[in-house]
Ligand binder design. Structure first.
Ligand SMILES: [Zn+2]
Ligand SMILES: [Zn+2]
Length: 371
């Protein structure tokens, strides 16, 4: 079968003919329809990280996926051929209590693998084989946008984690609720845009920041969901003095991360999802003022990575709500679909201003013709 392979730490990606994975008892064979491309894929192709499975000379790339069930191994249940499915990414260490309960996003040993990223083959291939517990069934009505479910699951977890902290502010029974909560989203890539959609649905007044003007696709979509867009190319001071209850960061910029702490309102929470370059320059920080304000304001800074299947399931529910409230808006995030044969050129370029690029594995599959 065809597969997009990388050989970390060597840079580059190529389409290779590789053996079809074996269907064993209890597993499901899935034909891949399409895969999203994100910054993680670009970083792996650039040779920054990524790890082939033990004994394999290469890693099959791809973690943002949509496929169709083809065949069930002996004893596998819960799916039928033709079902649309999205697979989760992380596979547990098998040793900690979180991994034992399918919550490897909270793995405490670091012994997990991630399909298409580290230690386990990904989904940019004609087929993959997986256990049913890692597959999430997708309703046919969401077929053209379900390739965004994996990045959305990351947003679902991040917003849930932030909300857990904010729940301490909830009124006690009988006490009236006052005001509309304010959310700030930093970054308007796929994660930031999906966060703006989720927070709008949750009833937040949403502001989203990036370094672009009003003429981008992202700015237009933000207007559509009632969010305010602010260009902070000249610094975040343009945001004014307003403090935010929930800040979702999706840029990986360390300098911006520090400035976002200043944007927190009293009792606010900052959730970081972007992964900064560990080798980046040291940032000068006025730590005294920064942490003084965090303490005196009861503020919280929370990191959030990956997602378990509960967040894929809540993401599915939100995708349906997005489609209901803003028909066709999510599909607009997919800037282009390219055949898998074009993987090398698609993976070599990071196009600024595009929200999501998708590689089509099976022509005629999901969303092959744009709406
Ligand atoms: Zn991704
Ligand atoms: Zn674990």
């Amino acid at each position: 079968m065809r597969a997009v392979v990388v050989r970390p730490p060597s840079p580059g990606a190529e389409l290779l003919d590789v053996p079809v994975p074996e269907l064993s008892a209890g597993t499901v064979r899935v034909a891949v329809l399409e895969c999203g491309v994100c910054g993680t894929d670009h970083d792996i192709v650039d040779g920054k990280y990524g790890r082939a499975p033990p004994g394999s000379p290469y890693l099959i790339l791809g973690h943002e996926n949509l496929g169709e069930v083809r065949e069930l191994g002996a004893g596998a249940a819960g799916f039928a051929p033709g079902d649309l499915v999205v697979a989760t990414v992380r596979r547990g260490c098998g040793r900690c209590r979180f991994c034992h309960t399918n919550r490897s996003d909270f793995c405490e040993t670091g012994g997990f693998t991630e399909r298409g990223i580290g230690g386990s083959h990904g989904y940019m291939a004609d087929e993959y084989v997986e256990l049913p517990e890692y597959l999430v069934r997708v309703p046919p009505a969401l077929r053209s946008i379900a390739v965004l479910l994996e990045p959305l699951s990351v947003v679902e977890k991040a917003t849930f984690q932030g909300q857990r902290v904010l729940d301490r502010k909830e009124p006690t029974p009988g006490e009236p609720k006052v005001g509309v909560p304010r959310a700030l989203v930093a970054g308007t890539g796929a994660i930031g845009m999906l966060a703006a959609f989720v927070l709008a649905v949750r009833g937040y007044r949403v502001t989203a920041i990036d370094r672009h003007g009003e003429d981008t696709l992202a700015a237009g979509l933000l207007r559509r969901v009632g969010a305010r867009h602010v260009n902070v190319a000249g610094g975040t001071a343009v945001l004014g003095d307003e403090g935010y209850d929930l800040v979702i960061e999706a840029t990986g910029s360390v300098a911006l991360d520090f400035s976002l702490i200043d944007r927190l309102g009293p009792n606010g929470v900052l959730v970081l999802t972007g992964i900064p370059d560990a080798g980046g320059p040291a940032e000068p920080v006025a730590g005294g003022t920064l942490f003084r304000d965090v303490v005196l304001g009861n503020q919280a800074i929370v990191g959030s990575v990956n997602a378990n299947r509960t967040y894929f399931e809540s993401g599915l529910r939100d995708l349906a709500v997005f489609e209901d409230r803003w028909p066709g808006a999510v599909a607009q995030m997919i800037a282009g679909r390219h055949p898998i044969e074009e993987c090398a050129s698609v993976l070599a370029q990071r196009t600024s201003g595009t929200i999501k690029t998708v590689l089509t594995v099976r022509p005629g599959g999901a969303g092959a013709s744009p709406p």
